[in-house]
Design a protein around this ligand. Sequence first.
Ligand code: IMP
Length: 503
Amino acid sequence: MNTISSRLLNGVKTLGIVCNQWGDTGKGKFVDYFAAEWADIVARGTGGANAGHTIRVGDFSYAFHLVPSGMLHDKLNIIGSGVAVEPGTVLEELAALEQAKVSPDKLRISLNAHLVLPQHVVLDRVREAGNKDGAIGTTGRGMGPVFADHVARVGLVMNDLLNPDIFLRKLRQNLEEKVRILRTYDPEIVRQVMHQKILGDGMFYYPGDSNIFDVDAIAERYLAYGKMLRPFVADTDAILREALGKKRILLEGAQGNLLSVDYGTYPYVTSSDCSIQGLAKGVGIRERDVDLVLAIVKAFYMTRVGEGPFPTELGGEASARGCRNSTRALEAERYPNASLNDPNELVRGVAIRQVGQEYGATTGRPRRTGWLDLPLLRYSCAVTGSSNIILTKLDVMDGMEMFKVCAAYEYRGPDYIRGDRTFRTGDRLEVAVPDLEVMKHCVPRYVEFSGWKGPIRRARTLDELPRDLRGAITYLEAWAGVNVTLISVGPDREETIFVRPPR
Ligand code: IMP
């Protein structure tokens, strides 16, 4: 075992890696790191193909959405019961792995994992398209409708793919209701969405009457998936329960706490619970079975993709609008020389995005950028129940002369009753309250810091980091009440600084 794993994971058998922000904090690097160096089993328990990270091994590079990172390291890999599975995407990813000479044999998919079917993707996209003002900015991978079906008790699961009669019966029932809902939308939008690439360019569309879906085409395709995936379908909850305490289990989080359907900035969240509680449940174990939670925190900036409150956003609403309507290419054209020291905050946000490569792995969308927000971090640590964090992407701000950290919010809005508390203008909040009616009236109160020149990518100990940066990290630890265990100063595994063990 390498030294960082041994110094960090002494006595740990089950480790959870989650994100304490809105995702995209570089979990992939550490999941991959511990998958390679430490774990026997790597398991995912939340989200679906809305997640994504690019894995590089030698010349091989691929953006994965569903299979866990451990596939590349010959470990047992589990897609747990809490993950929404697109079978076609799993097969594509296995084919890509085979090209890199990685055998699919070590993959197991929960027989209870819910299936993403064409109707889920259509509904997700049609809702978003037809709801411009209230759009969530989803990834369009059907998450909301799949998890809604799960809770409404009308979903289909992986095991149904192995039993054609049962699959067909459930599929027809499920479609009947979806068709009724889709008929309330503009048929032209429905038709257009059904002809998108992700939906097989119209292969599931039934023209001519208002049935919308070609049931036989869906059944044929999915039952074929079932045949191919049969060797991988298993009772993964039982496998993990049996392995607890005996094997080293790495739980790979998806998205971040602030996107959790239960704890995040609802309704601008994803549809699964991306906290450690949701992750443990999504692989069939209990939260108390997890020996250590490491939460990833990007510093000293943050990002968010899609809609929803972001009090520290650089450039505010103009930035949100820009990200909504732009792409990486358009932005490169519009801001060829964006500087981290531009007097205009919006442009500084663009520069951070460009240096940090902050464009969605699943959708390619520009991620909104803002200053690190301690009220949200304090809240998120409380949800995680752990304050052991890994700081990532610090190198992105090399050369920035000055930066800000949001220490607290001031509430500036109408009186708002929330349970036993009434929010009034002028109230100071040190811990964020993830309630839209509060968040949208929160004005950040900042502390300013001098930046550092950098580059810091070569630093391997805390002492090798610039003094100003160390000062900011000390401030962050003291004021957010967190314990920094590792610092990432670049994308490569070696570009990691061990700070201290978890507490
Ligand atoms: P959905 O998960 O596709 O339903 O999207 C709901 C919200 O979660 C949107 O704001 C997405 O941008 C956001 N989201 C989903 N997956 C990710 C992710 O992996 N990183 C960051 N944001 C995400």
